[in-house]
Design a protein around this ligand. Structure first.
Ligand code: A2P
Length: 338
């Protein structure tokens, strides 16, 4: 079997760290691993397969010889360096939002639209969707296939790790400060996140929604290949370290019962149904954290309309929402195309 030269761009970040771990865990056939970050990380080492590897500074000359680049260093870095990498022959799997809505670039969740990976040939770039979108479409795709979803109303409860390492530290620091009766320092978000909920993720747009909310709308339509699907989202940052939770309400064209949804999801790839309210069993962020599955529970019919379902969907935003999804894409890429 062929081994590949893989680069992780943004290797020192929350998602980059997890990418390295997942490549190792899933025994991805890595011949050589190149770790790239900013000058701030010069001299740092990270461990891969039990051995220390130096972090190198990302430059325009980083890519010759690299076959697969997993990018997670922010939008401006991807915007500049992904095309440079692609020109050097590296297939980029990009975790930022920069390329997601470009029509010629595939936006992929392996459980939902793996066939779109073939379009990597257009520009040498595959986009990894937004974390909140990924877990939602993993849970909704089997229902869409069975009963056609007409409308989605989603509210999210998103962990701070989605903002990166600085936000993880900010929640820890603010929590410690408040429990010690000290004034918390506010740096990452516009308001205190400890013991609070912020209905504000990414920037506000002209239409009153945030960019995160519109990512959920537009990316869901693209991944599900259904431009007419009605989607509306409210995205909220909550003081949780890992795993996003979502309240998802759908309206379907065909009637589908809660029992049928449960049965479909029990068979669905990447999904684990946790739905036994009598025993207080439902998906929890603390159970999803560190795992690969999308947990779905609280499945019930929406009694306010004819064909409606409510559910609660939870997944590790750094794993399925980012690093794992990217590595799964890379696995399909090498097995079918490279
Ligand atoms: P560095 O640690 O050197 O700053 P997070 O999302 O957890 O904040 O991580 C962001 C990742 O993106 C880090 O690995 C960070 O590297 C990397 N990064 C940020 N800015 C640059 C840059 N100008 N060039 C290369 N990597 C960058």
């Amino acid at each position: 079997m062929k081994n590949y030269h893989v680069a992780v761009v943004g290797a020192t970040g929350a998602v980059g760290n997890e990418m390295i771990r997942i490549l190792e865990e899933r025994r991805f056939p890595v011949g050589k691993l190149t770790l790239l970050a900013s000058e701030r990380s010069l001299g740092k080492e990270l461990s891969f397969r039990g051995k220390p590897l130096p972090v190198e500074v990302l430059t325009e000359n980083s890519f010759p010889g690299i076959e697969i680049g997993l990018f997670s260093a922010g939008g401006s870095i991807s915007e500049k360096f992904a095309p440079i990498a692609a020109r050097a022959g590296c297939v980029v799997i990009d975790n930022t939002s920069v390329f997601r809505m470009a029509p010629e670039i595939p936006l992929v969740v392996p459980e939902v639209n793996p066939e779109a990976i073939a379009l990597y040939k257009n520009r040498g770039i595959i986009a990894n969707p937004n974390c909140s979108t990924i877990q939602m479409v993993v849970a909704l795709k089997p229902i869409h296939d069975a009963a056609r979803i007409k409308r989605i109303v989603v509210s999210t409860y998103q962990a701070v790790s989605g903002t990166g390492k600085k936000a993880i530290e900010e929640l820890s620091r603010q929590t410690r400060a408040l429990l010690n009766a000290q004034e918390p320092e506010i740096k990452v978000y516009p308001h205190r996140i400890a013991f609070n909920c912020l209905p504000h993720i990414d920037v506000f747009l002209e239409n009153g929604y945030t960019k995160e909310e519109m990512k959920m709308v537009n990316e869901t339509r693209k991944i599900m290949n259904d431009p007419g699907m009605a989607v509306t989202a409210t995205t909220v940052r909550v003081p949780v370290f890992y795993a996003h939770s979502e309240s998802v309400n759908i309206e379907t064209e065909k009637k589908i019962t809660a029992a049928e949804v449960r049965r479909l999801l029990e068979e669905a790839p990447g999904v684990r149904v946790v739905d036994n309210p009598r025993e207080n069993q439902y998906p929890l962020a603390i159970d999803a954290a560190g795992t690969d599955e999308t947990l779905v529970g609280r499945i019930r019919e929406d009694e306010s309309i004819n064909n409606g379902i409510n559910m609660w969907v939870v997944a590790d935003n750094i794993r399925k929402g980012a690093a794992l999804n990217a590595v799964q894409i890379a696995e399909i890429l090498i097995s079918r195309y490279l």
